[in-house]
Design a protein around this ligand. Structure first.
Ligand SMILES: Cc1cc2nc3c(=O)[nH]c(=O)nc-3n(C[C@H](O)[C@H](O)[C@H](O)COP(=O)(O)OP(=O)(O)OC[C@H]3O[C@@H](n4cnc5c(N)ncnc54)[C@H](O)[C@@H]3O)c2cc1C
Ligand code: FES
Length: 509
C-alpha cells in the first residue's frame, strides 16, 4: 500500500497505515477444532501456525481485527536484549532458567527469519544490532555486569563506548545479529497460512468465557467452539482464575515515525534512563526509510502529564538529536509487565491442564510472543518444552523486583480510593468545554462526559466493568483508560482493549 504524503502527522500506527485491512468473517455457528486460540496478535498467530504444522486444526478467535492490538502498534524490534535483564535472571532464577530465557528469545528471532524466508514473506526482516545504552556514568557497572551475564549465557554481547547514534553514550550493551521487521506484513501472511483446510481465522468474534474440560468449550458472542485445548493469547488473560490482575501491571508508551533529511542510523536502541527512550530505523526497498522514536512510558490514566505533552516530549527528543524533516505517524499502546519481568507462558492455572496462556511480555513480546507460540504448541503436542520452566505462570520468584511490583499494586489501590472519593465529592454538574472531557458525579453516579468538537455530549458510566476502578480521560487518543489493569474504551464506551469484556454503559444527562 502506498503511503500518502499529504496528511502528516497521522494519528495512526505506521504498521497499520502501510498494510491493507483484513476482513475475515466472524464465527457463525458452533464448530469443533483441536485447539481454540483466542487472540489474533503475535502470540495467537504464532501459536496457531506451529500447531497447524504439527497436524492440529485450529480456530483463531479475534474480538476485533487481527494484528490491530498491541502487535499492530509495537516498535517491532526482534531481540533477546531486553533492557537489562540477564544479570538479574541469573541471580533471581539461576543459570538454567536464564539460559532458557536467552535461548527461547534467540530462537524466536530465527523462527521469524526462517518462516519469512521459507514462505517468501516480504516483511522487511533485516538483521541488525541492538543496544541498551546509558548517557550516565552511574549505570556503567550495571551495564558491564549485564554484558558479563549475557556473554556467560552464550549471547552475542559486548560492551561498547560508542554507537551509530548522533550523541555520546557513556557505555552500552551491544547484541549482534538481532533483527527489525514489519510485524503486520509478517503476521498477515502467517494468518493466510492459518486459514483453510479445517482451520480458521475469525474476526469480530469476542470470546466471553471458557469452560475447561474434556473437551473445553469457548463461548463467544456468536456461537461456541469445542476444542481439546484452549490458548488464551488476548494480551491480558480475560479468563482469570489465578489472579493475573494482581500479578501484571500495564504501561502505556508512545511512538513517532519520523522522516529524516539523511539516512537513519543503523540499529535498535533502548536507554537505561526512566522513562526509557526507544529508537530504531525502518528501511524499505522503496525509499520510505524512517526513524521510530518513542518512550515516555507511564501507568495508563496517569493525570499529571497530558498525552499531548508526552508526544511533544518524544518529538522534542527526536528533533534535538536527529535532522527531522517531518513527523509522519504517531501512536501509543500498552503492554503488561510481570512481577519478575519474565512472561507467563504455559498452563494458565493449577486447576486445568488444557488451557494455556501467553502474556506479560513486559515490552518484549515480538520475541516473547513468537517464543510463546513455540512453547505452547510444544506443550500441547509433546507435553513438554525445553524452555517451559522459566516462563511457568505458576512460578514464585521473590526478589528485588517484587518490592517495586507490590508498590505499584498498592498505588493502584490508593488511586482507586482517591478517584472514587474525588468523584463522589465533585459537584453534580456537566462542566465540559468543546473537545474536553471529565469524570464527574451525576445523579449520584460517576459519569465520564466528553463533549466533541460539534458540541455533542457523549456520556458513559465511568466505572470500569472489569473490577470497578474509575476510568480516566486520555486527551490525545480520545479514550477512557482504566488505571488499574489497563482496559481502554472509546468515548462512546465500546471496549478497545481488555481485560474488560463489556463496554462502559451509556448514560443520559
Ligand atoms: C510502545 C511499545 C513498543 C513495543 N515495542 C516492542 C519491541 O520493539 N519489541 C518487542 O519485542 N516488543 C515490543 N513491545 C511489546 C509487544 O508489542 C507486545 O508484547 C506484543 O505485541 C503482545 O502481543 P500479543 O499477541 O500478546 O497481544 P496483542 O497484539 O494485543 O493481541 C491480543 C489480541 O487479542 C484480542 N482479544 C482480546 N480479548 C479478546 C477476547 N475476549 N476474545 C477474542 N479476542 C480478544 C485483541 O483484540 C488483540 O488483537 C512494545 C510494546 C509497547 C507498548
Ligand atoms: S481494567 Fe481492571 S478495573 Fe479496569
Amino acid at each position: 500500500m502506498s503511503e500518502d504524503p499529504a496528511r502528516y502527522p497521522r494519528d495512526e500506527s505506521l504498521w497499520l497505515a502501510t498494510t491493507p485491512p483484513t476482513d475475515y468473517d466472524p464465527i457463525e455457528d458452533g464448530l469443533t477444532v483441536d485447539v481454540a486460540v483466542i487472540g489474533g496478535g503475535i502470540t495467537g498467530l504464532s501459536t496457531a501456525i506451529n500447531l497447524i504444522e504439527a497436524g492440529r486444526t485450529v480456530a483463531v478467535v479475534e474480538a476485533d481485527r487481527i494484528v490491530s492490538g498491541v502487535t499492530g502498534h509495537t516498535t517491532a524490534k526482534l531481540t533477546s536484549l531486553h533492557g537489562l535483564i540477564y544479570d538479574e535472571l541469573l541471580s533471581e532464577f539461576g543459570r538454567s532458567e536464564a539460559d532458557q530465557y536467552a535461548t527461547a528469545n534467540e530462537a524466536a528471532i530465527d523462527e521469524v527469519e526462517s518462516r519469512a524466508a521459507s514462505a517468501d514473506i516480504d516483511c522487511e526482516f533485516e538483521r541488525t544490532a541492538a543496544y541498551t545504552y546509558s548517557t550516565s556514568t552511574d549505570d556503567l557497572d550495571t551495564i558491564r555486569a549485564e554484558v558479563r551475564a549475557a556473554q556467560s549465557l552464550g549471547l552475542p554481547a559486548s560492551f561498547v563506548e560508542s554507537t551509530p547514534l548522533p550523541f555520546d553514550v557513556e557505555g552500552a550493551v551491544k547484541f549482534e545479529e538481532q533483527a527489525a521487521f514489519h510485524p503486520r506484513k509478517y503476521l498477515l501472511a502467517v494468518a493466510e497460512q492459518v486459514h483453510g483446510d479445517g482451520s480458521y481465522v475469525f474476526e469480530e468474534t469476542q470470546a466471553q468465557d471458557v469452560d475447561p474440560g474434556s473437551p473445553c468449550t469457548v463461548d463467544t458472542e456468536r456461537g461456541s467452539i469445542t476444542a481439546d485445548d484452549v490458548v488464551i493469547a488476548t494480551h491480558f488473560p480475560f479468563f482469570d482464575r489465578a489472579g493475573y490482575f494482581s500479578r501484571m501491571h500495564p504501561h502505556m508508551a508512545y511512538l513517532l515515525a519520523v522522516q529524516l533529511s539523511e539516512s537513519p542510523p543503523e540499529g535498535m536502541y533502548y536507554s537505561t534512563n526512566t522513562p526509557a527512550d526507544t529508537i530504531r530505523h525502518r528501511r524499505t526497498v522503496d525509499g520510505q526509510d524512517m526513524l521510530l522514536v518513542g518512550g515516555q512510558s507511564h501507568k495508563p490514566g496517569e493525570k499529571d502529564i497530558s498525552t499531548k505533552e508526552r508526544y511533544r516530549r518524544c518529538e522534542a527528543f527526536a528533533r534535538e538529536y536527529f535532522p527531522v524533516e517531518s513527523v509522519e505517524y504517531r501512536w501509543s499502546t500498552m503492554d503488561y509487565s510481570t512481577v519478575d519481568g519474565v512472561p507467563f507462558i504455559g498452563q494458565i492455572d493449577p486447576f486445568t491442564d488444557s488451557v494455556y496462556v501467553g502474556a506479560g511480555f513486559s515490552g518484549w513480546g515480538m520475541t516473547g510472543g513468537t517464543a510463546a507460540g513455540m512453547i505452547i504448541s510444544d506443550l500441547i503436542v509433546d507435553g513438554s518444552s525445553p524452555w517451559a520452566e522459566v516462563f511457568d505462570p505458576q512460578r514464585l520468584t521473590p526478589g528485588a523486583s517484587t518490592k517495586e511490583f507490590v508498590t505499584e499494586n498498592a498505588e493502584v489501590g490508593v488511586d482507586f480510593l482517591k478517584d472514587w472519593a474525588a468523584t463522589v465529592l465533585s459537584p453534580d454538574e456537566v462542566p465540559v468545554d468543546l473537545n474536553e472531557a471529565s469524570v464527574t458525579r451525576h445523579d449520584g453516579r460517576p459519569v465520564g462526559i466528553f463533549r466533541d468538537g460539534d458540541g455533542s455530549v457523549h456520556a458513559v458510566s465511568a466505572i470500569c466493568p472489569h473490577m470497578g476502578c474509575l476510568v480516566r480521560w486520555n486527551d490525545a487518543e480520545r479514550t477512557w483508560d482504566c488505571p488499574c489493569h489497563g482496559s481502554r474504551f472509546d468515548y462512546d464506551g465500546d471496549v478497545i482493549s481488555g481485560p474488560a469484556l463489556d463496554g462502559l454503559e451509556s448514560r443520559e444527562l
